[in-house]
Design a binder for this molecule. Structure first.
Ligand SMILES: [Zn+2]
Ligand SMILES: [Zn+2]
Length: 325
């Protein structure tokens, strides 16, 4: 490999782009570990697992970055959606997803303000599951209009509610983006809390090895590591990259315990599918904390990413979301 040629180039929607320019658009991902952790919600009032040992002896290619990996590990709690054939009864003290029943503060099922279709339920998280992450009482309900993609405040209902009324969805079309039937209520289980290393950090460490992280290239790598066409690796390093990603994935999966059966997670790093769009709190101006991701077989390869800020009294626990498909 010639040392004067970067082995990486970023291609966004078919257009080549300077790494530094891309990194400049994604400042939060060129920050240090402490800044990354500031974007993550910490649970309160629950027993925590021991920190990962970070045993990378099985994956020597990762050894140089062991300390950095452990420094960026944060807590998350995977969510699991029950099997579609196993219908459960909706209850306000249990978390559930899909279906035609929810427990709301008002006896009215929310409708899309654009097309007037009754919204489809994504999930209702019970106070017992949500509380440690929200740091407040209430049940979190998310409903979405899958006819009016990609989602705006007019087409989404996202609220912490007091579950006072059992409400049934009026008749109306249902169509999640993945064409999953959402007419039956399915259980949502909160799995044991565990440590999570950032899902897409492998490329950062790879770029570190080539002395490219400090140039800002790492930001592009972190964001685009999972986008097959997003980052192109030129010439000799390609095989090495693939090996590294496989080793990293195996290591991270062992630490994270997040499998393909997870339908989302409370806390942890936002699993961006495309670009980092962490919202800013309108009250305090800081980047908001990641409360949860929800795929739930409803968002293709993406998720409904939910954020919260209660850093100051004025923030008031405001919720925001970004929908990715
Ligand atoms: Zn709509
Ligand atoms: Zn705030």
């Amino acid at each position: 490999m010639r040392s004067d040629v970067s082995p990486f180039k970023v291609v966004l929607e078919g257009e080549p782009m300077e790494l530094a320019a891309f990194a400049g658009q994604e400042p939060s991902w060129v920050s240090d570990a402490a800044a990354l952790r500031d974007l993550v919600r910490l649970p309160s009032g629950m027993a925590l697992p021991p920190r990962p040992r970070g045993d990378t002896s099985e994956t020597p290619v990762l050894a140089p970055w062991r300390e950095g990996m452990l420094a960026t590990a944060v807590l998350c709690q995977p969510l699991r959606l029950g099997h579609p054939d196993k219908v459960v009864e909706a209850r306000p003290d249990r978390s559930f997803g899909h279906g035609r029943v929810a427990f709301l503060a008002e006896p009215v099922w929310p409708a899309c303000k654009q097309c007037e279709t009754p919204l489809e339920l994504c999930f209702q998280l019970a106070p017992g599951d949500l509380g440690p992450w929200l740091h407040a009482k209430g049940s979190l309900v998310a409903m979405f209009c899958f006819r009016c993609l990609p989602g705006s405040p007019e087409t989404v209902f996202l609220s912490v509610v007091t579950p006072s009324f059992r409400v049934e969805r009026p008749a109306g079309p249902t169509r999640s983006s993945s064409h999953t039937s959402t007419t039956t209520t399915r259980s949502v289980g909160a799995l044991p809390v565990r440590w999570q290393v950032p899902p897409a950090m492998a490329m950062r460490y790879l770029l570190d090895r080539h002395g490219l992280w400090e140039t800002g290239a790492g930001a592009a790598g972190v964001l685009l590591a999972r986008e097959d066409e997003g980052i192109e690796v030129v010439d000799e390093v390609e095989d090495y990259t693939l090996d590294m990603l496989e080793e990293y994935s195996a290591w991270a999966e062992a630490v994270n315990g997040v499998t393909s059966q997870s339908c989302g997670s409370l806390g942890g790093y936002t699993a961006w599918d495309q670009a980092d769009e962490t919202p800013e709190c309108t009250a305090c101006g800081a980047l908001m904390e990641h409360l949860l991701d929800w795929n739930g077989e409803q968002f293709l390869d993406g998720a409904l990413h939910v954020f919260v800020c209660d850093r100051t009294a004025a923030c008031g626990g405001t919720l925001e979301f970004v929908a990715e498909f």
